[in-house]
Design a protein around this ligand. Structure first.
Ligand code: UT7
Length: 336
């Protein structure tokens, strides 16, 4: 029998402060109508100065432990997926470990942009499957506003701040848990979506600041073309590999970058919209946090029952993309 990992708790945390499309109309030459029709976003959350990605991640992990009824000292590993670490080093996961008091956990970050949570989930699952660890926390967290240029209408309307987390434990039922992953990278896409400054190639300087290289650069059209094809393809491929089709899944939980990209995946899968978890309207693109945030909301709103087949799909900077298939293992908290 395979020792399978399952999601034994699912939580999220978002800042209270809301930035609406109407607020953005006052900052750049844009309109609520353009943002809604081109992206599906209505508002996003903003963390503000003095707080960082690790603060949001720590809140999500505290909520996770509370939900599962465990002491943070029981956690064995913490994996944090992020492109907005508090600092280059130490890792954000280490700062989270300290903030939640997970004294017995070792911890590290994963950098795979919007696909970071799925990459981290696959890594985390393998610690459980290998039999070496029993409680693995995987977090997707990003303070995107810390790298957003509020003078650039092409990007500033898209992003927000959030954190989502799951706890992975060994499943007692072989049918329940993380069933499969398909993950991909294509470094030739690096040039279309990046943060150019501050790394070893272009260390911070007056020039990098003058060139806005410490903010997200995105060639939206090029990224869109890849995203709309690849996210749909990888969602269909994982179902086929496991002898399922769109009708077998209870819920698609896609990366929330653009409603039109999600549309492409929904159409390829041939599923109805009531099977798709969408919250991009409330939060925008929160990069590594979108999937665990949407999962946590779906779970807490009572949209998932034990035994449901859940499909994750993502596309992001790198390029990176992938899918994950889960047989849900928690009772519905609303029906309980
Ligand atoms: O999560 C990581 C992966 N990222 C993605 O998946 C994002 C993929 N890309 C996208 O979602 C879309 O490309 C965007 C939402 C970023 C942009 O939408 P688009 O339909 O591709 O617009 P565009 O970049 O082709 O721009 C169309 C027009 C341009 O004006 P002109 O040149 O036609 O006169 C832009 O300057 O819309 C203009 N524009 C805006 N107008 C009002 C761009 N941003 C804005 C804005 N408000 N905020």
């Amino acid at each position: 029998m395979v020792r399978r990992a399952y999601i034994s708790a699912s939580s999220h945390w978002v800042p209270e402060k809301v930035l609406t499309n109407f607020d953005l109309e006052k900052l750049v030459d844009t309109t609520d109508e353009w943002i809604r029709t081109r992206t599906g976003i209505e508002e996003r959350r903003i963390l503000g100065a003095g707080k960082a990605t690790s603060d949001m991640a720590a809140e999500a992990v505290k909520a996770l432990c509370k939900q599962r009824g465990i002491d943070p000292k029981e956690i064995d590993v913490i994996v944090v997926a992020t492109v907005t670490p508090d600092m280059f080093f130490p890792s954000t996961a280490n700062l989270v470990q300290e903030k939640v008091g997970a004294k017995n956990a070792w911890s590290f970050d994963v950098a795979a942009a919007c696909s970071g949570f799925l990459f981290g989930l696959n890594i985390g699952a393998q610690f459980v499957q290998a039999g070496t660890h029993n409680k693995v926390v995987v977090v997707g967290a990003d303070k995107m506003t810390s790298i957003t240029n509020y003078r650039d209408r092409n990007t500033c309307v898209l992003f927000g701040d959030a954190a989502g987390a799951v706890l992975l434990e060994p499943s007692e039922d072989d049918d329940i848990g993380l069933l499969d992953f398909m993950l991909h990278s294509d470094g030739s896409g690096a040039e279309y979506l990046m943060l150019k400054g501050g790394g070893s190639l272009n260390p911070a300087s007056l020039e990098t600041i003058a060139n806005d290289w410490h903010f997200i650069y995105q060639d939206g059209k090029s990224v869109f073309k890849f995203a709309v094809t690849k996210m749909a393809e990888v969602a269909v491929n994982i179902l086929e590999r496991n002898n399922y089709s769109g009708k077998d899944i209870k819920m698609l939980i896609p990366h929330q970058a653009n409603l039109r990209i999600i549309d492409g995946t929904v159409k390829r899968l041939g599923i109805d919209y009531d099977k798709v978890m969408i919250n991009i309207n409330k939060y925008g693109n929160t990069t590594a946090a979108t999937i665990p945030l949407a999962l946590s909301e779906a779970y807490q709103q009572g949209k998932l029952d034990k035994g449901d087949l859940v499909l994750f799909a993502t596309f992001g900077g790198g390029f990176t993309w992938g899918s994950g298939l889960v047989r849900w293992g928690l009772d519905n908290p609303v029906k309980k």
